[in-house]
Design a protein around this ligand. Structure first.
Ligand code: IMP
Length: 424
């Protein structure tokens, strides 16, 4: 933990296990703040035998000590958000006291969801594999300067603004039919906005700045992963926000010189959900075995995740783009039982061997080059001391450290809070 605000983010294609780690780290922080994405995310936390999935709410919400902020870079669907709140209220009746929402965060309208569906339908076999939560169209309206923000719901002409944007969307949609009951969705949306209006809405950029200046500790929580970043990911098969460290600055109002540690979360292997290139993909029985053992099914959409070997050129790239200072490796337990592990260390790309991530990762241009390392047989899920981890896992970890130049400070061996081993 440093003097500044720390950032925690994913280094692969999302689903690295960020939610679990934020939950583990929250007791060290005064504020946990989500800086981008929206209900496309599904952050899973497990403790006391119960699993919780958060979509928009920061993963620090289960700790009384921390204030949780939904930053200006986030896009919110009031319907999904209120459902999430209702689930949480049963367990954490005071959760709303420690949750603050940025007035500058953008609202996802039911028509944004329709636009998402229409865009995917029009793309046919080139579809992105979007979560269909309206994320892309909402960010488009934000940059196109048409969006509705949370703060607008406090203004007297909110309904006029809503109707104007809806009209624009319906014109664009033409005769495209909503894949859901629009009248019902709109009614639910209005009710949810009414509830939202009564919550703690704030100028969270100012709040973040004051928190920083008072010496309190902030953890900025990313969603999705570096390879889904709109600039640095596998474009166009990406999400629509800045998932990298820079996104914490723009998504919270946090100046770059106030950033301390950048904590990068990665899985001991790779997964990806949705379309797009994935050089180390295991489209075979082994890939299926990893999917089953690792419960690699989307926590937001339930879709099976594609699985593959660890990709070091991609990981190194993510380390550089984000300025990662600490690595945390998740799901090492899932690889138990494999005699040998392949790790991609370079690519054959247009007849050359390269160790960086090239412009295009398309299958016909790129072939991964693997190094084989020894696997381990032991079940890791009950290990409570890092000293008792198998030597071949230690060698695997050291290899990653050597290849990335960044220490792996934590290894996770199961979904529960307790299954977390610190190396440093
Ligand atoms: P969108 O963010 O819903 O527009 O989806 C764009 C791409 O990002 C799709 O391939 C999604 O599967 C992927 N994606 C979006 N959110 C997540 C996430 O939280 N985890 C993993 N993949 C995601």
């Amino acid at each position: 933990m440093s003097q500044g605000a720390d950032i925690l983010l994913g280094l692969q294609w999302g689903d690295e296990g960020k939610g679990k780690i934020v939950d583990v780290l929250t007791r060290k922080y005064d504020v946990v703040a989500r800086f981008q994405g929206g209900p496309n995310a599904g952050h899973t936390l497990e403790f006391n035998g119960i699993k919780h999935v958060l979509h928009t709410i920061p993963s620090g919400i289960f700790h009384e000590n921390a204030l949780n902020i939904i930053g200006n870079g986030v896009v919110m669907d009031p319907i999904i958000f209120c459902k999430e709140i209702d689930k949480l209220l049963d367990m954490e009746p005071k959760c709303l006291d420690r949750l603050v929402i940025s007035r500058k965060a953008h609202l996802i309208l039911p028509t944004h969801r329709m636009l998402d569906a229409a865009s995917e339908a029009a793309k046919g076999k080139n579809k992105i594999g979007s979560t269909l939560k309206g994320i892309g169209p909402t960010y488009m309206d934000k940059t196109g300067r048409n969006g509705l923000r949370i703060g607008d719901c406090e203004l007297p002409d909110f309904m006029t603004r809503y109707e104007a944007l809806k009209k624009k969307h319906l014109e664009l949609l033409g005769d495209f039919e909503a894949p859901f009951d629009f009248t019902e969705a709109e009614a639910q949306w209005m009710k949810a906005v009414d509830r939202l209006r009564a919550m703690q809405l704030a100028d969270t950029d100012v709040l973040i700045q004051e928190t920083y200046k008072s010496g309190k500790k902030i953890l900025a929580e990313g969603a999705q992963g570096t390879l889904l970043d709109v600039d640095f990911g596998t474009y166009p098969f990406v999400t629509s926000s800045t998932t990298t460290a820079a996104g914490a600055c723009t998504g919270l109002g946090l100046a770059p010189n106030r950033i301390g540690e950048v904590i990068g979360i990665f899985k001991a292997y790779c997964t990806r959900v949705g379309s797009g290139p994935f050089p180390t993909e295991l489209d075979n029985d082994l890939g299926q075995a990893i999917r089953d053992k690792g419960h690699e099914y989307g926590s937001t959409t339930g879709r099976p995740r594609r699985t593959g070997w660890l990709d070091l050129p991609a990981l190194r790239y993510a380390v550089e783009v984000n300025g990662v200072t600490q690595l945390m490796m998740m799901k090492a337990d899932v690889l138990s039982g494999l005699k040998e592990l392949e790790v991609c260390t370079a690519y054959e790309y247009r007849g050359e061997t390269i160790t960086h991530l090239p412009y295009s990762l398309e299958e016909d241009l790129i072939t991964p080059i693997y190094t084989t390392l020894s696997g381990w047989d032991e079940d890791l899920t009950g290990v409570t001391d890092v000293k008792n981890l198998p030597t071949s896992l230690e060698a695997y970890t050291r290899f990653i450290e050597q290849e990335t130049g960044v220490p792996v400070v934590l290894i996770s061996v199961g979904p529960d809070r307790e299954q977390t081993l610190w190396r440093a």
